[in-house]
Design a protein around this ligand. Structure first.
Ligand SMILES: [Zn+2]
Ligand SMILES: [Zn+2]
Length: 307
């Protein structure tokens, strides 16, 4: 059993540790192997206690509480798994991280997932070097629906279909509601291609998958939303992201016909914003800022039917 020391004892723990290491000197000189190993065990416990004593019981009562307290103290910054090991004071800290994410709905992303999101331009973070064993808390909001989504994700990932189909299935189940990168990666059975496939769903197949960096600045960092179940017409699919972003910015993220904005979104009228070619693509209209206007899905449909 791991003995849990009183939080106020940090200094006492430190002194105990020094004493233990002094004694260890004798073991090193004449002890047998087992004697040396046994002598180190209390030191291991003490180091764990020392780490967990760095925050008070009032601030965080359990190992899990200490982990989330630590991540919330440094949001949007990568911290290493080793740091979480120290502050939690337990060997099974990774399991607690998973529970925080899956059961309690914190948006904790691993270094691997973050890298894949950054590569596809879906996530922008001010950090140069990201290691696989890093973790980052992307926002301070707990999402109470996360546990339900993880259950859905678990069902879908077992299907026999390909990565892209699984991702689309999961997004369709959550249409209109943001999902998180770590969930999508899980749906894709942890295959690193997930972020690229997701991009293809949008750019090649015309699914309205939006992120904060692709025209929905209102979305939380590192989340994805399938805005509705309609695929965009083929002629609108190949607009470069820079152009898309510039047009949306120019039109202030509102429909240039009716003034619809994402703040007006509701589930009984699930619109989203699309870009429309003033001179139609089929008539040689370019994917340029000057030839594109922002329309809501309703106005976009009527623009095409009037033609
Ligand atoms: Zn409109
Ligand atoms: Zn159009």
């Amino acid at each position: 059993m791991v003995r849990r020391s009183k939080q106020s004892d940090t200094e006492a723990l430190r002194k105990n540790l020094i004493e233990l290491f002094k004694d260890f000197e004798n073991k090193l000189l004449d002890g047998d192997l087992r004697g040396k190993v046994l002598a180190l065990i209390p030191a291991h416990h003490l180091i764990r206690d020392l780490g967990s004593s760095l925050v008070t019981k009032e601030e965080a009562a359990s190992a899990q509480d200490r982990i989330i307290l630590y991540l919330r103290t440094y949001p949007k910054q990568f911290v290493s798994g080793d740091e979480l090991m120290v502050i939690s004071g337990i060997g099974e800290w990774a399991r607690r991280v998973r529970e925080l994410r899956v059961e309690l709905g914190w948006n904790i992303v691993s270094g691997v997932t973050a890298k894949e999101m950054i590569e596809q331009g879906d996530l922008i973070l001010a950090q140069e070097k990201i290691r696989v064993n890093d973790y980052v808390l992307l926002d301070e909001k707990q999402d109470r629906e996360a546990a339900f989504r993880w259950k859905c994700a678990n069902t879908i990932r077992k299907k026999k279909s390909g990565v892209k189909e699984k991702l689309l299935d999961f997004l369709k189940l959550n249409v209109g509601h943001p999902v998180r990168g770590e969930e999508l990666r899980y749906v894709a059975n942890g295959k690193s291609e997930w972020a690229r496939r997701l991009r293809e769903l949008r750019t090649e197949e015309g699914w309205a998958v939006a992120t904060r960096t692709s025209g929905r600045p209102d979305l939380d960092i590192g989340t994805y939303v399938l805005e509705n179940l309609d695929q965009a017409p083929a002629h609108d699919r190949k607009i470069p992201d820079e152009v898309r972003g510039a047009v949306l910015m120019r039109d202030r993220h509102t429909c240039t016909v009716c003034g619809w904005h994402h703040a007006n979104w509701n589930s009984s009228d699930p619109r989203h914003l699309e870009l429309h070619h003033t001179v139609h693509h089929s008539k040689g209209g370019a994917n340029s800022e000057s030839n594109l206007v922002t329309l809501c899905t309703v106005c976009h449909r009527s623009a095409h039917s009037q033609k």
